[in-house]
Design a protein around this ligand. Structure first.
Ligand code: PLP
Length: 347
């Protein structure tokens, strides 16, 4: 059984983190800040933001049902994906195992960090098989990447299979729940205490409607979060983002209304797609998008571009031949897509 110490890169285990000016005093009420070479004018943006994002983490903890010390905040979840590689994976030596198809950034970050990436194809129901994932691992496998609901397939992956991986892998299991607001299944972030080797990723970019502010979250036991916080850039989440996120978390009711509307529209759109002659199959979605198998995805994609409507062509992705991924928009936008497709005569 490998411990956290065994899993960390030796240079990260030994790292002395950068000490921010404002971390070095404590226990006094500070009034005059002449420590960080800031400009005294142009408040409040003249000041460096809180590197530990303490106020924001209190709010995140309450909304997400985790403890503040179990949270690392990043410049989008993309930063926390990269952090996992930088903390655990030795370039040129270690490897990671991931479901296939899935979110593209896991592989891009593996390539940037010079880490071998081992994709394991999902079964024909787009579901995960624990034994095949575990079978692809060896002594140098540090991370397993799981995304549920999965992108681009849209479905929740089997809970028992994921749990089996969590219970049988002695490295780190990354569970990306970017779309968990759109499913009824209980989120894995509530099981941090049961799974000391799990890191759950969340984002403000989807249900919360804040892709523009760049805020991602990693949830894990304190010992792992301490390492992430040591490795991340000290001021990775800027002042404007910290404030915007705090304000947004006050609007949880508004967000749950958006989510309900999006789910209703998703159901309407998938039913409408099933009636289209050029649509061969619609896959079940637990997210704010769905995957549809078309008769000629490239041609339909191109036609929609000419109509000024952009969807995602996933035709060349494993298991997704001739598939388009459709994000759920407003009712008006969705209707525009439907009427464009109804005008096109291909079958
Ligand atoms: C959209 C998405 C994200 C979000 O990334 P951010 O950097 O937080 O915007 C993360 N994971 C998956 C699977 C996604 O589809």
């Amino acid at each position: 059984m490998r411990t956290l110490e065994d899993l960390l890169r030796p240079n990260i285990r030994a790292l002395q983190p950068y000490s921010c000016a404002r971390n070095e005093y404590s226990g006094h009420e500070a009034r005059v800040f002449l420590d960080a070479n800031e400009n005294p004018y142009n408040a409040p943006l003249n000041r460096y933001p809180d590197p530990e994002q303490r106020e924001l983490k209190k709010v995140v903890a309450r909304i997400k049902g985790v403890k503040p010390e179990q949270i690392c905040l990043g410049n989008g979840s993309d930063e926390t994906i990269d952090l996992a590689y930088r903390c655990f994976c030795r370039p040129g030596i270690d490897n990671v195992v991931a479901i296939e198809p899935t979110y593209g950034m896991y592989k891009v970050c593996a390539d940037i960090n010079d880490i071998e990436y081992r994709p394991v194809t999902l079964n024909s129901d787009f579901d995960i098989e624990a034994d095949r994932i575990l079978g692809a691992c060896d002594a140098n496998t540090k991370l397993i990447w799981i995304c549920t609901p999965n992108n681009p397939t849209g479905n929740d992956l089997d809970y028992d299979q994921i749990t089996k991986i969590l219970n049988n892998f002695d490295g780190i299991v990354m569970v990306d729940e970017a779309y968990s607001d759109f499913t009824h299944r209980r989120a894995f972030r509530y099981e941090l205490d049961e799974h000391p080797n799990m890191i759950v990723l969340n984002t403000m970019s989807k249900a919360w409607g804040l892709a523009g502010i760049r805020l991602g979250m990693a949830f894990a036991r304190k010992e792992i979060i301490d390492v992430f916080n040591k490795v991340k850039y000290p001021y990775n989440v800027n002042f404007l983002t910290q404030n915007a996120a705090r304000d947004a978390f006050k609007c949880a009711i508004e967000v749950s209304k958006w989510v309900s509307t999006i789910i209703l529209e998703r159901n309407r759109m998938t039913e409408a797609f099933k009636m289209l002659p050029m649509c061969k199959r619609v896959f079940k979605s637990d997210a704010n998008f769905f995957l549809a198998e078309m008769v000629d995805a490239d041609r339909i994609y191109q036609y929609l571009v000419e109509c000024g409507i952009i969807v995602r062509n996933r035709s060349r992705v494993t298991l997704c031949h001739n598939c388009l991924r459709i994000t759920i928009g407003t009712k008006t936008e969705n209707n525009e897509l439907l009427s464009a497709l109804r005008t096109l005569s291909i079958r």
